[in-house]
Design a protein around this ligand. Structure first.
Ligand code: GDP
Ligand code: CA
Length: 309
């Protein structure tokens, strides 16, 4: 069974780690968010692609929840001593990857090819595809002003309420090579339990990708990132409350109107009545507290689509 997954960083990566335990990793294609990408200290950082890469290759720091395990911070300490920009946390090992990516991009190699090379070197079996090779960047409109994603998220600690999200470059952005083939060749499309607005939103802002989902002939299953109406981590619940009017499964589903057949929700969020626009709701435990839990969620997601066929 070939599975294509739309994914943000940490939540998506946790789900994917479960998924490659229940389907052959060689049959998994990941369409990753690049709206968070940032240039810092002359380096090009792709946080969501790297969270996936590190998690699936066993290099991630599970306790910290982001970045690499066995990390050190000497380079950033030096940056801070010298008065450089140290607000974006980059570990020494992590910087090594960004150096390689940045140099290749500067030589004109597209991000999709750079990502493939790095993924290959790290032994990743699943196909990791950036949604687009074109510049696409997320901006948040807040009462305090409009901020680029990382300024809002990291520098300001996502404290500002969000009135609107927009994706600079999206109208001109084409799907990266491999993305449309992965979506069209899949037996199942999954939207990972990622932030609908800032992780999945930028992927769906690429018109070709949205169109491929609209015209799909196979099931699309979304997994809610909420447990008990709350985000496990991050601002998804606050954003849903303000932008969709609530944090129930129907509000999550409203972010994917016309794009999904099944919504997988946590037991603590079981809806009382059918959700408008969703063929089926699957209720299960969605907290991925460890690898077996992530595998069970992935298996339930795959089965949810089989029951539709
Ligand atoms: P980011 O790009 O690193 O912010 O990661 P994502 O957007 O992929 O994931 C963030 C989302 O993952 C948050 O909204 C969390 O609520 C969700 N999330 C994290 N862990 C879990 C979990 O164990 N279960 C579920 N259902 N959602 C989770
Ligand atoms: Ca992200």
């Amino acid at each position: 069974m070939k599975v294509a997954v739309l994914s943000g960083g940490v939540g998506g990566a946790r789900f994917l780690r479960g998924l490659i335990g229940v389907v052959d990793p060689l049959d998994v294609s990941i369409v990753g968010n690049v709206g968070d990408d940032v240039e810092v200290l002359g380096l090009r950082v792709s946080p969501d692609l790297d969270s996936i890469l590190y998690t699936l290759t066993g290099l991630a720091d599970d306790e910290r929840g982001w970045g690499r395990a066995d990390e050190s911070w000497r380079a950033l300490e030096t940056v801070a001593e010298l008065g450089g920009a140290s607000w974006f946390r980059l570990g020494d090992r992590d910087i090594g990857l960004h150096l390689v990516r940045t140099e290749l991009l500067r030589e004109g190699v597209p991000l999709s090819v750079v990502t493939e090379r790095i993924a290959h070197a790290l032994g990743l079996q699943a196909a990791l595809l950036p949604a687009t090779d074109d510049p696409l960047r997320t901006f948040l409109e807040t009462p305090a002003g409009t901020f680029p994603f990382q300024t809002w998220f990291v520098a300001r600690g996502h404290r500002d309420e969000v009135d609107a999200v927009h994706f600079a470059g999206a109208p001109e952005a084409a799907a990266a090579p491999g993305v449309l083939d992965a979506l069209r060749g899949a037996d199942l499309i999954v939207i990972a339990p990622s932030n609908p607005y800032v992780s999945i939103g930028p992927i769906l802002a690429v018109e070709e990708i949205r169109d491929a989902l609209v015209s799909r002939r196979v099931p699309c299953v979304a997994v809610s990132p909420l447990v008990g109406g709350r985000a496990v981590k991050g601002p998804a619940d606050r954003m849903l409350a303000r932008l969709a009017g609530g944090t129930a499964p129907e509000h999550v589903a409203s972010c994917y109107d016309g794009l999904i057949d099944v919504l997988v929700v946590d037991e603590s969020d079981a809806p009382e009545s059918p959700i408008r626009g969703v063929g089926r709701t699957v209720v299960t435990q969605t907290l991925m507290s460890d690898l077996p839990a992530a595998r069970r969620l992935a298996a339930a997601t795959v089965h949810a689509s089989e029951a539709l066929a």
